[in-house]
Structure formats: structure tokens, C-alpha cells
Write a protein that binds this ligand. Structure first.
Ligand code: PHE
Length: 343
């Protein structure tokens, strides 16, 4: 016997299996495989001895050696696959995304437009005083925008509110006062309403834009006075601009109110010094107001002997200019984040 027998092969195979099973990395595995199956490996060494065997024995041992080799190759291949899978899993684990982690940079936050913020604040004030909200159309009949408000066609007030005319003889409403007519017609006092919305005039300056926003308000009852109106608007101005805001009433004329007044804010952009936005006056016209003209009440079917009311229409955009220190009304509508992002 030359020392080559099947026992040796079995021993070799079991050693190989153990070492292969313990291999931790591909280079280790390659080295182990070479140690058993390579040209200078243990199996080759065993096979070198079979030349001394006789024919039948040689064939039998050769066959067993081949089977052993095949089984070790198989075992190596399985271990290689397992190591490769482990390596891949580790790599994936290292780059796995935790979608619950916060981003590296905070995404820029959107915010409410200054006009929206002022509107909300205004609506909140009047809601707390029991005013209900009404809306009217921006394309309006001349009757609702003018005639019913005691502005006949020849009236100079039509020129003051330079009007956009649209098809069919309608207009883009020049003020929210159209809602007075729509809301009061067919209703019996007492009532109080506000009407926030867009209005249009052919006008352009640091404080005028062809489209701007107003909030209309009106209240009708049996005992409503100019004093009520004044107190309400003073409280409104302070609510929006703080208790220290300086406000002034100026006598004025509107065809739909009598008596009428204009309410001004002190210009906070220049601290009363005079600037381009307030045309050097130190004051900013905020809106008009007055006791509703009896003819307007009658136009809406309300008994003007029994009921009186007040009405006002305040500028929203100008409030935003003063409140946020924006020096030109156009900046409110350009969507420039340098302006909007500051507020
Ligand atoms: N409608 C007037 C304007 O736009 C404002 C106003 C409303 C005045 C209600 C008096 C009463 O200028």
C-alpha cells in the first residue's frame, strides 16, 4: 500500500470542509481552495502517489479523488456565494436610506401673502364684532356699482374712479360698495356685514395699483350713529396697527354717504416726514366712510325714515404697505421673494 487510500481522501475532504466553512473572506477562501485543490495542494500530493498502484486500484482511487475534488469545489462554491451575499448585504446596509431622518437642509417654507394676512386679521376683527361676510362679483352692472349708490352717469365721482368698462356695458367694480346694494336689497334691518374683495381702477403710483383690495363694511339699524362708526373704525385701526397708531378723520364727500369722511393713517413709512408713497403729506388715505345716504337705503327697499346705517370701505393693500414697511404697492404683486420672504 502506498499510503493512498479512501480514508485519506475522506480525511482530506473533512478538513477541507471545516476550513472552507470557517473562511471569512474571498481571499481566505481562495487560499484554502488552493491549499487543497491547487497544483501544489494536498489533493495533488495524494494523486501523485497513485502512479504506484496497480491498474484497478489506481482507477478506483482516481475516481474517488475526482469525486472528492468535485465535492470540495462544490463546498467552496457554496461558501463563496455565502461570503459574496454577506459582503453585498453589508454594503447595502451601509448605504441604506433612513427615510425618517430629517433633511440636511430645511426646505424653504411657504408663507401667507401679506394681503392675505391683513385680510384675515381684518375679517377676524369684524367677525368678533358680529359682522357677517358677504361677497360680490368683480364684473358688475353699472347700476350696482354706480346708480344705486347715488352716482348718476353725469356725476363727477365717475371720473374720480377711473373705470374699466367690459363687454355688455358692465364694469370691473371700482369699489366693494356694490356689495352694499346686493346685500341690502330684499333684507330687513338690523344687519351688519363686511365684504372683502378685489376692485379695479385705472390708476398707477407707489400707492395705487389697477387692481387692489378693499374691505367694505356696513351696518343698518334703528339707532346707528356716526359716533358708532367712528368708534368702530378707531378700534379697527388700532387692532391692525397697534394702540399707538395715529389716525385722523377728514370731512369728505361721497354720493352714497352723508355726512362722509375719509380716514387716514399716519404714514409709517416716513414717520410723518413725507415720502413718495404718501406724496409728501405724512398721511396715508386709508378709506372712506359715512352714514349711508337715505336714497341708497330707499334704492334697496329699506325705509330710510325708520332705519339709518353707516358704511365704510378701507384699503387693504395700503395697510399691508404700512404694516410691513413695503415702499411700493407694485411690490405686493410681483411675487419677489426678497419682499415676500421678509414678512
Ligand atoms: N367706496 C368708497 C371708495 O372706494 C369708500 C366708501 C365706502 C366710502 C363706503 C363711504 C362708504 O372710495
Amino acid at each position: 500500500m502506498t499510503g493512498v487510500d479512501t480514508h485519506q481522501l475522506e480525511q482530506l475532504e473533512s478538513n477541507a470542509r471545516r476550513e472552507v466553512a470557517e473562511a471569512e473572506s474571498l481571499p481566505d477562501l481562495t487560499a484554502i481552495r488552493a491549499g487543497y485543490l491547487g497544483k501544489k495542494g494536498s489533493l495533488a500530493a495524494i494523486l501523485r502517489g497513485i502512479g504506484e498502484l496497480d491498474g484497478a486500484e489506481r482507477a478506483a482511487v482516481g475516481k474517488s479523488a475526482n469525486i472528492t475534488k468535485g465535492r470540495i469545489e462544490q463546498c467552496v462554491a457554496e461558501r463563496r456565494a455565502a461570503i459574496e451575499a454577506a459582503v453585498r448585504k453589508q454594503a447595502l446596509g451601509a448605504q441604506a436610506l433612513d427615510t425618517s431622518l430629517p433633511g440636511v437642509e430645511d426646505p424653504p417654507l411657504g408663507r401667507l401673502h401679506p394681503i392675505t394676512r391683513v385680510f384675515r386679521d381684518m375679517v377676524e376683527f369684524f367677525s368678533s364684532m358680529g359682522f357677517a361676510i358677504e361677497e360680490g362679483p368683480e364684473v358688475e352692472t353699472q347700476y350696482n356699482n354706480f346708480e344705486a349708490l347715488n352716482i348718476p352717469e353725469v356725476h363727477p365721482a365717475r371720473d374720480e374712479q377711473d373705470t374699466f368698462y367690459v363687454d355688455g356695458g358692465n364694469v370691473l367694480r371700482t369699489h366693494t360698495s356694490n356689495v352694499q346694494i346686493r346685500t341690502m336689497t330684499g333684507r330687513t334691518p338690523p344687519f351688519r356685514f363686511i365684504a372683502p374683495g378685489r376692485v379695479y381702477r385705472h390708476d398707477l403710483s407707489p400707492r395705487h395699483s389697477p387692481m387692489f383690495h378693499q374691505i367694505e363694511g356696513f351696518m343698518v339699524d334703528e339707532q346707528v350713529s356716526f359716533g358708532d362708526l367712528k368708534g368702530l373704525l378707531m378700534a379697527f385701526g388700532r387692532h391692525l396697527m397697534g394702540d399707538d397708531i395715529e389716525l385722523r378723520f377728514r370731512a369728505n364727500d361721497f354720493p352714497f354717504t352723508e355726512p362722509s369722511a375719509e380716514l387716514d393713517y399716519v404714514c409709517l413709512l416716513c414717520e410723518k416726514q413725507g415720502c413718495a408713497v404718501c406724496s409728501g403729506s405724512g398721511w396715508m388715505e386709508w378709506g372712506g366712510c359715512g352714514m349711508i345716504h337715505p336714497r341708497v337705503l330707499e334704492n334697496c327697499g329699506i325705509d330710510s325714515e325708520r332705519y339709518q346705517g353707516f358704511a365704510f370701505g378701507m384699503g387693504v393693500d395700503r395697510t399691508a404697505l404700512l404694516r410691513y414697511g413695503i415702499p411700493h404697492i407694485r411690490l405686493l404683486f410681483e411675487g419677489d421673494l426678497r419682499v415676500l420672504g421678509r414678512i
